[in-house]
Design a protein around this ligand. Structure first.
Ligand code: PMT
Length: 404
């Protein structure tokens, strides 16, 4: 897939910099052409001559040295490349790119590129877990960059935990998958299709200061909406309360409660061909919505809250489904994932369901990654690895296309 393609390999300063050599030989075996850009600190760990001998191309270190064979190196390399891989990626490079800093050859090339950029981080566990680093990675993902997460193990500094550069074979596999997905998005294979996607939680109001809800952040549904736009489809995104920015190009409808979501979905549904319901809708709401804040009764140790059923939106829409419509449900489960998923397919008249075990590490609520079971109405079943929610989103859309 990367045969004959131009890969720009960015190498930043860390003990794993030597692994870049292994990445180069893997890329060469695939048949890719490689240009290396290294940061100054990478050159403390490994020399440009090593990369030059391995790739057959000059390794670029300094933005201001006389150009080797391009007019404006950072622009030319950004244009020449088919994909950029930054491995190992330090906290520093990810922080710079996430915050728009372009002060050397590598950061300027990344900023000037409209090609897929993939970071394979490697650093000390505590650094990796630092909320600032995590936030920067979230920002990168939200802006369309890709991350191949590090693996766990004994680090060079003696600490044990996540932070080791991912295995080179896995990096190369992921790189090729990302390249293939990006090629697909260039194809605009969803042109002419109209989607209705729901995302996020609902809030069921108790009184003016309290509500019942769940842990959904909307990430899964927003990734689906983003992927649809990228691939040329049209999408109405009906979202419960989240802190996410609406992806560009979607028609966003904000709602709070399950009843509001039901009304919004019923209104948008007739204009759509494909329904994807990733929202975590509360099954019950308080019977009474108090107009004033409920006060603590001094005598009472317990209080009763009476709940009533919310409409099952997906089930109701299943009754309205016409030939040609495609309905995709989600299932958030904690046990018997496949059995429960299959029951929901029948009950809610679905074409397929995306079931996640929300107790599994890296799956379900709030993570940037997910692990899902695809179960279709004929009983076919497959399970994904732990991958970015954006990758799950594209896989869902691939499956939808197969049904068209
Ligand atoms: O938002 P994130 O933080 O990224 O988390 C993603 C997620 C965990 C919310 C998502 O992956 C997921 O599992 N969404 C479905 C959550 C859910 O409500 O599952 P369920 O098994 O309770 O419902 C089954 C299906 O019926 C869902 O498609 C749901 O949208 C729909 N439903 C449920 C109840 C209801 N009253 N109306 C509905 O339409």
């Amino acid at each position: 897939m990367l045969r004959g393609k131009n890969v720009v390999l960015g190498v930043t300063g860390g003990i794993a910099a030597y692994k870049a050599c292994e990445i180069i030989s893997g890329l060469k075996k695939i048949g890719a052409n490689i240009d290396v850009i290294m940061t100054k600190s990478a050159a403390e760990f490994i020399t440009p001559y090593t990369f030059q001998s391995l790739t057959g191309n000059p390794a670029i270190l300094n933005m201001f040295e006389s150009p080797k064979y391009w007019d404006m190196e950072h622009i030319s390399l950004a244009q020449k490349s088919d994909i950029l891989l930054i491995a190992p990626a330090t906290a520093n490079i990810m922080g710079k790119v996430a915050n728009g800093i372009a002060d050397d050859m590598l950061t300027t090339t990344i900023m000037a590129s409209n090609k897929p950029v993939v970071f394979a981080p490697a650093m000390n566990t505590k650094m990796y877990e630092n909320p600032v680093v995590q936030k920067n990675m979230e920002t990168l993902i939200a802006r369309g960059y890709h991350i191949i997460p590090p693996k766990g193990g004994m680090l060079a500094c003696g600490d044990e935990g996540q932070g080791k550069l991912q295995d080179v074979t896995i990096i190369l596999e992921e790189l090729q998958k990302i390249y293939q997905k990006e090629l697909k998005t260039e194809k605009k294979d969803l042109e002419g299709l109209k989607f209705l996607v729901t995302a996020g939680p609902t809030r069921e109001i108790i009184d003016p200061v309290r509500f019942l809800s769940n842990h959904s952040t909307g990430k899964m549904g927003y990734e689906i909406a983003k992927a649809i736009v990228k691939r040329g489809g049209r999408v109405t995104l009906i979202s419960g309360p989240t802190s996410l920015r609406a992806p560009e190009g979607v028609d966003l409808v904000l709602v709070e409660t399950a009843e509001e979501m039901f009304e919004a979905v019923k209104k948008a549904y007739p204009q759509c061909d494909i329904l994807i319901k990733s929202a975590a809708v509360s099954d019950y709401r308080p019977k009474i919505r108090e107009a004033q804040k409920v006060k603590k009764e001094s005598q009472e140790e317990e209080m009763q809250l009476t709940l009533v059923r919310n409409p099952d939106i997906l089930l109701e829409l299943g009754k309205m489904k016409k030939p040609g419509n495609i309905h995709v449900g989600f299932a958030a489960e904690t046990e018997n994932i496949v059995e429960h998923g299959q029951e929901k397919i029948q009950k809610k008249n679905l074409d397929f369901i995306v079931a996640n075990d929300v107790t599994e590490e890296g799956a379900g609520f709030a993570h940037n990654t997910n692990i899902v079971h695809f179960i279709d109405k004929n009983g076919d079943h497959s399970k994904t690895e732990k991958v970015e929610k954006s990758a799950i989103a594209h896989e869902i859309l691939d499956k939808v296309l197969l049904l068209k």
